[in-house]
Design a protein around this ligand. Structure first.
Ligand code: SF4
Ligand code: FES
Length: 246
């Protein structure tokens, strides 16, 4: 495949960025999108040019590091697929592909396609955990959990913290991410002890980081690589309301 790539290049947080055009030939349809970028970086290295910075780690759709806006879509054209699991067979020979970083004020660009997502870490540090009492591990069946609740909690736990929901939202809202983390713990008895404090602290941190509010466009659910449901946002709202009255 022959491709024309328009890639966002930005030296650092404060400099002005721009789209730079690159031509790439001999791209295999079986390559992943990130392997295609590796190939481009190899070409740049051979020419003595600065490689394009982009985030990646597991390359298996697990870690949430990969984060590219591809032709105006978070994680590219496929639904329920992270950038690292996108393959070049999803594009046509001769295509022009525009690659940009997440665009949201709470995720400032560090370099090229890499953004600072530590705002998510701070939201998790505010309440996305259960306190652990030391002692022997409890018997696996000691705390019965209804199957439906366990499955819903597992669905919420599938969130990989990539930030596509924020990037896709016109308000840069982090509600889908926060709702997945709150749901996961609110649905399980282990999460009940800190239920009230958790939702209040996580929402306060979300607001402090500058994320916007939800206006129900559902762009987050449409672009989420783990297809986290907006039903979790409704649970987040209920949890928050409950915390105000109990
Ligand atoms: S809710 Fe989806 S899009 Fe948002 S951070 Fe989690 S996995 Fe990524
Ligand atoms: S690199 Fe880990 S999810 Fe894509």
């Amino acid at each position: 495949m022959r491709l024309t790539l328009k890639i966002w290049r930005q030296k650092n947080r404060t400099s002005r960025g721009q789209l730079v055009t690159y031509q790439l030939t001999d791209v295999s349809p079986d390559m992943s999108f990130l392997e295609m970028l590796d190939m481009l970086n190899q070409d740049l290295a051979h020419k003595g040019e600065d490689a394009i910075a982009f985030d990646h780690d597991c390359r298996e759709g697990i870690c949430g590091s990969c984060s590219l806006y591809i032709n105006g879509r978070a994680h590219g054209p496929l639904r329920g697929v992270a950038t690292c699991q996108l393959h070049m067979r999803s594009f046509e020979d001769g295509d022009e592909i525009t690659v940009e970083p997440w665009r949201a004020k709470p995720f400032p660009v560090i370099k090229d396609l890499v953004v600072d997502r530590t705002a998510f870490d701070r939201i998790l540090q505010a309440g996305g955990f259960v306190s652990v009492k030391t002692g022997g591990a409890p018997d696996a069946n000691a705390i019965p959990i209804p199957k439906a609740a366990a499955e819903e909690a597992m669905d919420a736990a599938a969130c990989i913290g990539c930030g596509a929901c924020v990037a896709a939202c016109k308000n840069a809202s982090a509600m889908l991410f926060v709702s997945a983390k709150v749901s996961q713990l609110a649905l399980l008895p282990q999460g009940h002890a800190e239920r009230k404090a958790r939702v209040e602290a996580m929402i306060a941190q979300m607001d402090a980081e500058g994320f916007g509010g939800c206006s129900n466009t559902y762009a987050c659910e449409a672009e989420c690589p783990k297809q986290i449901s907006v039903a979790h946002i409704a649970r987040l709202n209920r949890e928050y309301l409950r915390a105000q009255v109990v």
